[in-house]
Design a protein. Structure first.
Length: 345
C-alpha cells in the first residue's frame, strides 16, 4: 500500500483510509471489527471516524462508531497499528452542545469524550467536521451565502478553536489538526491564524470528491498544492450512486438511500453522467467502483481516499482499486464525460 505524508509532517498514511460511519447503525459491532481486521490485513494504517457517527445522525447513534473502534483497540491491543482520525461537529447539531456551534471550550469537552469512547489517550488527527458558518458541501451548494457572514466573528471562532487544539497538542493528546467540508478562504484563514499565533498548522482537508463531484479541482486544488494541505476524499463512489444501484427508480433495501430516506445526490443530471461512467468501465472491462476510486487516487492533491462499506465484500472490492492503473486513454475518456457533465451533483 502506497504511503503519503500527512501535510508537512512525518506521519505517513496509506493512500486508502478506512471509513467507519455506518458502524452502529447499518453495521453491528462485530461487522465493524471484521472490517478493521480486513483493512489491517490488507495493509491500511489510516482510519477515520467522528463524534457524530453512526449516520444518519441521531442522539441514539452519535458516538457509537467511536465506541466500536475503542472496543477493538481494547480487545486487540493494536491501537499502535492505526493513524486514527476523528472529527468534532463544527456547526450546530440539535442534540450536541445544546444546538450551538463548537467553541474552544466545547471542542475540548467533545475531544475528551471521544478519547473515552475510543479507549485511547491520543488522537493522530482531529478535524472540524464542517465550518460553523456553513459551506458549499452537501445540499448547501445552491444556498450558501458567504456575504451574510460576520467576518470578525468567524475569525474569532477559528482562533478560539485553534487555541484549544494547540493546548491539546501541547498536552500530548493530539498530534495534528485538520478540517472538513471547508472552502479555500476558510482554509487560508486557519493557516494564516496558525502562522501568526504559532498554533497548529492544518495538515489536511476532508471534502467530498468523486467522478461526479470535482469542485476540489479548482481553487482548493491550487491551495492544496502550494500549502501542502492534502485532500482526504470522502464519498468517492458518490454515496454508491456511481454503481448504478439507484438508477431507473431503484432504491435497494438496506442501501444508504433507503436507510436515510432520501438521497440528495440523485437527480436527472447525476443519473445521466453516472450511466456514462458505467458504460466506460464496461468498455474497458473494469468494475466501475474500482475505476472511480482508482481515478481519485490519480489526483495530484490526494493524500488518501476514504473507503467505507456496509459489507466486507464491498470493502474488499474497494481496496482492490489500489492495484488498478488507469491508462491515459481511459483518463482522457473520463475527462470527456466530465466536460459534458461538469456539475451533476
Amino acid at each position: 500500500m502506497k504511503l503519503k505524508p500527512l501535510g508537512r509532517t512525518d506521519v505517513m498514511v496509506t493512500e486508502l483510509c478506512l471509513g467507519t460511519m455506518t458502524w452502529g447503525s447499518q453495521n453491528t459491532e462485530a461487522e465493524g471489527h471484521a472490517q478493521i481486521d480486513m483493512a489491517l490485513d490488507a495493509g491500511l494504517n489510516f482510519m477515520d471516524t467522528a463524534e457524530l457517527y453512526a449516520v444518519p445522525r441521531s442522539p441514539e447513534t452519535s458516538g457509537r462508531t467511536e465506541e466500536i473502534i475503542g472496543n477493538w483497540f481494547k480487545n486487540t491491543g493494536k491501537r499502535d497499528k492505526w493513524v486514527l482520525a476523528s472529527k468534532v461537529a463544527g456547526g450546530p447539531v440539535d442534540f450536541l452542545r445544546n444546538g450551538t456551534r463548537t467553541t474552544g471550550r466545547t471542542l475540548r469537552e467533545a475531544f475528551e469524550a471521544s478519547l473515552r469512547r475510543l479507549q485511547t489517550d491520543y488522537v493522530d488527527l482531529y478535524q472540524i467536521h464542517w465550518a460553523g458558518r456553513g459551506s458549499y458541501n452537501f445540499e448547501g451548494y445552491w444556498s450558501y451565502e458567504p456575504h451574510k457572514q460576520d467576518t470578525a466573528d468567524t475569525l474569532a471562532n477559528i482562533e478560539d478553536m485553534l487555541e484549544a487544539l494547540g493546548r491539546l497538542v501541547d498536552e500530548g493528546k493530539l498530534r495534528h489538526v485538520g478540517v472538513s467540508n471547508e472552502t479555500t478562504w476558510g482554509i487560508s484563514q486557519w493557516l494564516r491564524i496558525a502562522e501568526t499565533r504559532g498554533l497548529p498548522r492544518l495538515v489536511s482537508v476532508q471534502n467530498e470528491y468523486s467522478l461526479l463531484r470535482r469542485i476540489f479541482d479548482h481553487d482548493l486544488a491550487e491551495l492544496s498544492h502550494h500549502e501542502d494541505v492534502g485532500l482526504l476524499a470522502y464519498s468517492a463512489l458518490a454515496g454508491g450512486l456511481i454503481t448504478g444501484k439507484y438508477f431507473d427508480g431503484q432504491m435497494p433495501k438496506g442501501s444508504r438511500g433507503d436507510y436515510q430516506k432520501g438521497f440528495w445526490r440523485l437527480n436527472e443530471h447525476s443519473e445521466a453522467a453516472g450511466k456514462e461512467y458505467i458504460k466506460l468501465a464496461k468498455r474497458h472491462g473494469l468494475d466501475v467502483a474500482q475505476m472511480a476510486i482508482a481515478f481519485a487516487l490519480t489526483r495530484p492533491f490526494m493524500t488518501s481516499v476514504i473507503v467505507g462499506a456496509t459489507s466486507t465484500e464491498q470493502l474488499a472490492n474497494a481496496i482492490g482499486a489500489r492495484d488498478l492503473t488507469l491508462s491515459p486513454e481511459l483518463l482522457a475518456e473520463i475527462d470527456a464525460i466530465h466536460h459534458r457533465y461538469p456539475r451533476p451533483i
